[in-house]
Ligand binder design. Structure first.
Ligand code: GDD
Ligand code: MG
Length: 352
């Protein structure tokens, strides 16, 4: 069985981080985001091919995963000539005359849903399509999905306005679709699965079923959610590597050099090759990527620093997010709302 990961979006809400790093491979601790999804797909032995549907900076994604063998899976890449939207991209990636069930994932959701159970429901109900739903407090940024008491989907409304919100369950971006039903999607045309294909199943009275999941689910598409994922994994709200063995602790690579007088408070993460100089303080929820330098007496409080960042002595950093190769000068004071792209330079004594 094929699994298609939709990973072609531009990640515009995560700019500037996504200018050089497409959203599917933004780092979560020391790993590219999609690795978590690939690990979830591995739970289904029937899935023998993972197709990454790409559009934005495909080469960078291919370089990271290669043929998938290092992760024990088989990965194929399909690159659209121009963005085809979620539906057009699925049709393009599924190839000609697809048949049988295909698993589809939005490439920016993280969850611990039991995919085997979703497939079992799909088969038991002999559904044309089955989608995973999750409850959220504000459905307006998602696809609102109404169901009846038998879990049949009665309405699908993408990005509803406030007066259209009738329930709290939304499309979690995980589907099982019968390949034959993709014939209604036009070839080589920008087409939204949410606005076109799903409503058409309802209009045609086809068997369209919901699997409601109340466990962990998040879409990492915004900066707030990107930080939230880190917090959730560090605190054990979502049990996942590299904190699965010891949530709530300081996870420090053995290859980190820590000088005397340093204070490190968990939960936090410090990756290989990083140096923490004398008297520095690394506070809870900080994430320091590989090969960073944290200067003497610097204070890192909940910051997420991507690899190769230099923090000079006595700098103070709040819960900001900074891309690769950033430089923070000495005695800078940078607050938590800062979001800095790769190679940003904050000069000595600056306040942001
Ligand atoms: N290949 C390809 N081509 N992928 C695309 C394209 C495209 O033209 N457009 C979007 N994608 C990918 C994105 O990379 C992302 O992984 C996924 O499709 C969904 O796009 P988003 O832009 O993240 O959509 P959203 O978050 O606003 O809404 C979607 O996800 C919600 C759940 O997070 C919808 O599916 C909603 O209904 C859903 O609730
Ligand atoms: Mg999204």
């Amino acid at each position: 069985m094929k699994a298609i990961l939709l990973a072609g979006g531009q990640g515009s809400r995560l700019r500037p981080l996504t200018l050089n790093t497409p959203k599917p491979i933004v780092p979560i601790f020391d790993r590219p985001f999609l690795r978590y999804q690939i690990e979830l797909l591995k739970q289904v032995p029937e899935i023998d091919e993972i197709v990454l549907s790409l559009n934005y900076q495909p080469k960078r994604i291919e370089e990271v995963f290669g043929d998938g063998s290092s992760l024990g899976v088989q990965i194929r890449y399909v690159v659209e000539p121009q963005p085809l939207g979620t539906g057009g991209a699925i049709k393009f990636a599924a190839g000609s005359k697809p048949s049988g069930p295909v698993v589809v994932f939005n490439g920016d959701v993280l969850t611990s849903v039991d995919l085997q159970a979703v497939l079992a429901l799909h088969r038991e109900r002999n559904a044309r399509a089955t989608i995973v739903l999750t409850p959220v407090t504000n459905p307006s940024a998602y696809g609102l999905v109404e169901t009846d008491t038998e879990a049949n989907i009665k309405a699908f409304l993408e990005k509803p306005s406030a007066d259209q919100i009738t329930c709290d369950t939304i499309n979690a971006g995980i589907y099982v679709i019968e390949g034959e039903t993709l014939d209604r999607i036009p070839d080589d045309t920008n087409y939204s699965i949410e606005r076109g294909y799903f409503p058409s199943l309802i209009e045609r009275h086809e068997t369209f079923v919901a699997y409601t999941y109340r466990g962990y689910w998040i879409d990492i598409g915004t900066r707030e959610k990107y930080q939230q994922v880190h917090t959730d994994i560090m605190t054990g709200t979502f049990v996942a590597s590299p904190f699965d063995k010891a949530p709530g602790t300081a996870v420090i690579s053995p290859d980190v050099r820590i000088e005397p007088g340093v204070v490190i408070e968990g939960p936090c993460f410090i990756d290989a090759g990083t140096v923490i100089k004398e008297g520095a303080h690394v506070g809870p929820l900080s994430v320091i990527g590989a090969n960073c330098h944290i200067g003497e007496g610097a204070r890192i409080s909940g910051s997420i620093l991507w690899p190769h960042t230099w923090v000079d002595r006595h700098a103070t950093l709040g819960p900001l997010v900074a891309g690769r190769h950033c430089q923070f000068g000495r005695n800078v004071d940078v607050g938590g709302s800062a979001l800095l792209g790769d190679n940003s330079v904050v000069t000595d004594f600056s306040r942001l």
